[in-house]
Design a protein around this ligand. Structure first.
Ligand code: NAP
Length: 297
């Protein structure tokens, strides 16, 4: 594994034409940074109104095939593996020879295998490149890109990786990035659920839950994320999602499935999967993942 940063890697002078498919929360921020890096950009989104606000920096295409026509690098940022495969099938007629598809959605190793099969059958170079970081880092170009794939694909995609990320953690084998992403998101999901339960417990025991955040502040077990999500829970500032609970529930499902397939039991992750599913069931799917705090207990 190697690690590169936008600061210390040689800045590429190449300016590949880029298409970005999926201008949701993450894709929109990434698109702005790709355009700000001076790369010619075309975007597409299933719901066109979500792509229109990017018309000041990108061409907004009417179909995936139109978006990718002439692109050297195609960035995909969609919800799940089914959406990725469906949109790539729609894009296929427009793909040029030698294109590199940079798949950044969280789809797990299994979903990545399906996309790799699709790419392999068509001679498309695939870079598996899920990202760490949420809405703010996406807007600031400060994601951590977990890029896995052949060095040639990583180099071809380098100007895009540098535009969207503060740094990249690179591995050679397609799918390793998606595996690493699940391991990291397990930390995100279990941490948020743990904060929620600690606040619920304090309240149930008759203690002001704000005191939990105050007591741990600055200590070894504190973290910016604990304070950020804990405060959002206590202020009920959960409707403007940085990471929608529906996406987090999808990720916990991928985590548990991948662990089982690998023959390990993740007891905490399985419990968190049930909690997130219950919160989605309770209507919190479009709220932030911290809205697990609102789920009935
Ligand atoms: P989002 O705002 O809900 O965006 C989801 C995108 O997927 C939208 O463009 C949506 O199109 C599209 N989509 C969903 N189903 C589709 C389908 N069947 N066909 C075509 N397009 C479809 O979610 P997001 O937060 O940006 O998440 C995107 C991906 O990034 C997910 O895999 C998520 O797990 C991952 N991720 C999220 C975060 C985060 O903090 N938000 C961080 C890292 C990774 P419409 O607009 O038409 O619905």
């Amino acid at each position: 594994m190697t690690e590169t940063s936008a600061e210390n890697s040689a800045t590429s002078t190449a300016r590949p034409a880029v298409a970005l498919l999926g201008t949701g929360i993450m894709g929109t921020g990434m698109a702005r940074n790709i355009a700000a890096a001076g790369l010619p950009l075309t975007v597409w989104n299933r719901t066109r109104e979500r792509a229109e606000p990017l018309a000041d920096v990108a061409t907004v295409a009417g179909s995936p095939a139109d978006a990718v026509r002439g692109a050297d690098v195609v960035v995909v940022m969609l919800m799940d593996a089914d959406a990725v495969l469906d949109v790539l099938a729609q894009a296929e007629p427009g793909l040029r020879d030698g294109v590199v598809v940079v798949q950044t959605s969280t789809i797990g190793p299994d979903g990545t295998r399906r996309v790799a099969d699709w790419a392999g059958q068509r001679g498309v170079q695939l870079l598996d490149a899920p990202v760490l970081g949420t809405k703010g880092p996406a807007e600031q170009g400060k994601l951590v890109v977990l890029a896995s794939g052949p060095a040639a694909a990583r180099e071809a995609a380098r100007p895009v990786l540098e535009a969207v990320g503060a740094r990249a953690v690179e591995q050679d084998e397609v799918g390793s990035g998606s595996a690493l992403k699940l391991a990291c998101n397990n930390l995100v999901a279990t941490l948020v659920e743990s904060v929620a339960e600690s606040l619920v417990l304090a309240r149930a025991l008759g203690v002001d839950p704000h005191l939990v955040l105050e007591a741990v502040r600055g200590g070894a077990m504190d973290s910016p994320y604990v304070q950020l999500k804990g405060t959002a829970m206590l202020e009920d500032a959960l409707d403007d999602a940085a990471f929608p609970l529906a996406g987090a529930a999808k990720d916990t499902r991928l985590i548990v499935e991948a662990a089982r397939a690998a023959g390990v039991e993740l007891a905490v992750a399985e419990a968190v999967q049930r909690r997130f599913a219950a919160a989605v069931e309770a209507g919190q799917g479009s709220a932030d993942l911290a809205a697990t705090f609102r789920a009935p207990r």
